[in-house]
Design a protein around this ligand. Structure first.
Ligand code: G3H
Length: 255
């Protein structure tokens, strides 16, 4: 950490945490948009923080995305004796299977010789389907586990990038544009003031569940995500720890 002090990153971390009104920020040098290496560093820092806070037999809920995928690779051997359980925070989205929460959970469990549960439901459903899904016993069991997780690890995405990745319909895209969404997290969209936009019934972790979760690790970097991070942090629980990169941090602080 001597390097961090030398480069001024330590003071940037404190400044950013204060600015965003959250517990703690961890900043890695560089810009994840420009280099895969920076994304790996985000994963490493998140895995380190996780190792610091996790206790044996705990449950960890994770979301999808390429950033969370970088956490998988960085999980240390040390976690192997901890009997951890990984649960997906959400169902699948219309995206690459490799980056779905379900897949990442399975990989994290394998890496740490732990357990995992899956949630094979669409990310967004109609009201009718929602009730039939949540009344299913096996789905309910996973949902209970998600709600009672000890730790959440989640990504934050640029709203329009995520909407495209989800193959959102033209008409819904139009609504999102009109509402000027900038951020996406847990399948929710937010405008720059952190207001939830275009509320839909989603199965999995609900925003209000976060209030009861002791440790929340948000991992997102790259200059292109600065706006999204800033917007989501307006409503993020205060106990959130943000792992980000220097490019995003500096842009956020510029206002
Ligand atoms: O919710 C946000 C997304 O999971 C972020 O995905 O890490 O691939 O940018 P990404």
């Amino acid at each position: 950490h001597i390097m961090k002090e030398f480069s001024g990153i330590s003071s940037l971390e404190i400044e950013l945490a204060q600015y965003l009104g959250i517990q703690n920020c961890i900043i890695v040098p560089g810009n994840a948009d420009e280099s895969e290496w920076v994304k790996s560093e985000l994963g490493k820092m998140c895995a380190e923080k996780l190792t610091e806070v996790v206790k044996p037999k705990q449950t960890i809920s994770v979301t999808g995305g390429t950033t969370i995928a970088s956490v998988v690779d960085a999980l240390p051997e040390k976690l192997k004796d901890m009997e951890l359980t990984f649960v997906p925070a959400r169902g699948g989205i219309g995206t690459d299977l490799k980056y779905q929460a379900n897949s990442l959970c399975e990989m994290m469990a394998k890496k740490t010789a732990g357990d995992y549960m899956v949630l094979y439901v669409p990310d967004q459903v109609t009201q009718e389907l929602y009730y039939s899904f949540i009344n299913d016993t096996s789905i309910r069991e996973v949902l209970m586990k998600i709600k009672s997780a000890d730790i959440v690890i989640h990504g934050i995405g640029d709203a329009m990038v995520m909407a495209k990745r989800r193959k959102t319909s033209e008409s819904e895209m139009e609504i999102l544009k009109q509402e000027q969404v900038v951020a996406e997290a847990f399948g929710y969209y937010f405008d720059e003031n952190g207001n939830e936009v275009n509320k839909v019934s989603t199965i999995g972790l609900q925003l209000e569940d976060l209030k009861h979760i002791p440790h929340i690790l948000a991992v997102a970097g790259g200059a292109s995500k600065a706006k999204a991070i800033k917007a989501y942090m307006k409503i993020a629980p205060k106990n959130t720890i943000l792992v980000t990169d220097e490019s995003a941090a500096k842009l956020i602080l510029k206002g």
